[in-house]
Design a protein around this ligand. Structure first.
Ligand SMILES: *[C@@H]1O[C@H](CO)[C@@H](O)[C@H](O)[C@H]1NC(C)=O
Ligand SMILES: *[C@@H]1O[C@H](CO)[C@@H](O)[C@H](O)[C@H]1NC(C)=O
Ligand SMILES: [Cu+2]
Length: 321
């Protein structure tokens, strides 16, 4: 066993500089040390789910795609308390080496009272945050991954104020597109969410990992060095539509999905970090284009940045358009 681990370490060291994962977490003023993938798992205790390797996952059907592991947790698994509407920051190794590709954040509610012991491959995930191509072209533009690197190789997201309270895993993922097959780097953190709302994700918003992506997804097969990429200014972010965006069972016309090719994926990040964090102020921050500005259970900002206006998409979701 020990020699197996040792040889894993030796094999991994040269590559570790080029890859990595989520190494620590901050919630409010609390700092949480992460899981150490190349130390023995014996005795390790962290809010981050065990994960196995700095290397990327390059197959959308890989069973480790949920949390970069076989999906289980150790007996010493910890859970961090967090309030719905509160921010959580994930920290990768500094500097994260891959600036081209999207950032994505998912959550999944666990059955029962805790996620400990629950296999992450059995859960239904919904996407709460994403940032794809922010500006420029697919070939030389600025991406969510670049924003993560610029922000101290970290990503801050807000737990939606509207999700039901309960035990959750949150899954931070960075996808790198500098080589193909695309490189997926997911890690998960175990949370106990309190003070939540009552807006469950819709069926259209729920996915499994593996399952959410396909190896033929345009967002995973895109060649950022192709001739076409030099003039492309849109990028289809993989995965389901964002939580809260795909409507209830009402018959209103479908809102834009996350796979639409608008270039304002950065504003979906901005809106999800600002809107749900405005817990008590009635006016709240100004909401950017495509950001949520109203709906049942919504507590964020309601005034749209000029020239956009707040338009009802369905009873649960109004959007700055
Ligand atoms: C692209 O977006 C980034 C992040 O918002 C910003 O720093 C940069 O100035 C933008 N570049 C251009 C050319 O607009
Ligand atoms: C940058 O991230 C590291 C962890 O990777 C952290 O220790 C440090 O405090 C962060 N720096 C700032 C300025 O936030
Ligand atoms: Cu790498």
């Amino acid at each position: 066993m020990f020699t197996q681990i040792l040889s894993l370490v030796l094999l991994a060291l040269p590559k570790a500089r080029a890859h990595g994962g989520v190494l620590s977490i901050a919630i409010g003023g609390t700092w949480y040390n992460g899981w150490q993938p190349y130390d023995t798992p014996v005795g390790q205790s962290s809010i981050i789910r065990p994960w196995s390797t700095y290397n990327p996952i390059q197959d959308a059907t890989d069973p480790t795609l949920s949390c970069n592991d076989d999906g289980t947790s150790s007996a010493l698994q910890l859970t961090a308390p967090i309030t719905a509407g509160e921010k959580i920051t994930a920290y990768w190794n500094v500097p994260w080496p891959h600036p081209y590709g999207p950032m994505l954040v998912y959550m999944a509610q666990c059955p029962g009272t805790t996620c400990t012991g629950v296999n992450s491959d059995t859960l239904k995930w919904f996407k709460i945050d994403q940032s794809g191509l922010i500006n420029g072209t697919v070939y030389n533009g600025f991406w969510g991954d670049g924003l993560m690197i610029a922000d101290n190789s970290s990503w801050t997201t807000t737990i939606p104020a509207t999700i039901p309270s309960g035990p959750y895993l949150i899954r931070f993922e960075t996808i790198a597109l500098h080589s193909l097959p695309a490189q997926m780097y997911p890690e998960c953190i175990q949370l106990a969410v309190s003070g939540g709302g009552s807006l469950a994700p819709t069926a259209a918003e729920l996915v499994t990992f593996p399952g959410a992506y396909s190896n033929t997804d345009p967002g995973l097969t895109i060649d950022i060095y192709s001739n076409a990429a030099q003039t492309e200014t849109t990028y289809p972010i993989p995965g389901p539509p964002l939580y809260g965006s795909s409507g209830s069972s009402s018959s209103s016309s479908p809102p834009p999905s996350s796979t639409s090719t608008h270039t304002t994926s950065t504003s979906s990040h901005t809106s999800s970090s600002t809107s749900s964090s405005a817990s008590s102020t009635p006016t709240g921050p100004t909401v950017p284009e495509y950001g949520q500005c109203g709906g049942i259970g919504f507590v964020g900002g309601t005034s749209c940045a000029s020239p956009y206006t707040c338009q009802v998409v369905n009873p649960y979701y109004s959007q700055c358009l």
